[in-house]
Design a protein around this ligand. Structure first.
Ligand code: SAM
Length: 202
């Protein structure tokens, strides 16, 4: 098993939800942009809070993650809610997002080392259908001063100018570095520096 899978399997091993059971605040604010019945891919979905939320709105969800403990919790909560979510156990390095497949791709606090993030975002641009949306939130390097969650390695944080470059090919509908209170489970615990993105494939 990879180091990434080992780390995240441990984090999700306890019955509590590490990032809470409510969906991410930014995703909730942006979800109204999705047309009814959208086909949505969630990258690094973890324990399912965002996928189950979107499935509950009537969208068709595929969730990919390297941690089976997270996906097991996702499937349990989807089942309890009577919702269908497709769970794919895979490292994003190997996962094939396909070509012009998705009405939306969601990435919430899915922090990856820079070379892998470049690869995954380039693949996401290809994998969106024309008109499809990327909805993404993650911590910027300014988050290191807050210490309220996220990776401590600056290479895994979202520097807006770099991410903008990585999203070449998409039209930026919203692209803002901002500070907000992120209270999402026991690992995201306060005032934070985040990048919030909504981008559309022309
Ligand atoms: C901070 S958690 C966020 C989980 C979820 N998006 C949420 O907001 O609740 C980061 C997630 O990314 C996943 N992840 C990190 N690196 C990955 C990789 N290389 N391939 C697949 N999943 C990965 C982890 O397993 C974990 O579920």
């Amino acid at each position: 098993m990879s180091d990434v899978a080992t780390f995240w399997n441990q984090r999700f091993a306890s019955p509590e939800y590490a990032y809470g059971d409510a969906p991410n605040d930014f995703l909730r604010q942006q979800a109204g942009r999705l047309p009814p019945g959208s086909k949505v891919l969630s990258l690094g979905e973890g324990e399912g809070r965002n996928a189950v939320y979107l499935a509950g709105l009537g969208h068709q969800l595929t969730a990919v993650d390297a941690a089976w403990t997270g996906l097991a919790k996702l499937l349990q909560r989807a089942d309890a809610a009577g919702l269908a979510v497709t769970a794919s156990l895979a490292d994003l390095e190997q996962y094939d997002q396909g070509e012009a497949q998705w009405d939306a791709i969601v990435s919430v606090f899915c922090h990856l080392p820079t070379p892998l993030r470049r690869q995954v975002l380039a693949a996401a641009v290809r994998a969106l259908k024309p008109g499809g949306l990327l909805i993404m939130e993650g911590y910027t390097p300014r988050q290191l001063a807050f210490g309220t969650g996220g990776p401590k390695d600056v290479d895994m944080l979202l520097e807006p100018a770099i991410v903008q470059d990585e999203l070449a090919g998409l039209e930026l509908l919203q692209f803002a570095e901002t500070e907000r209170k992120v209270i999402e489970g026991s690992f995201h615990t306060g005032r934070s520096a985040v990048l919030q993105v909504v981008a559309r494939k022309p």
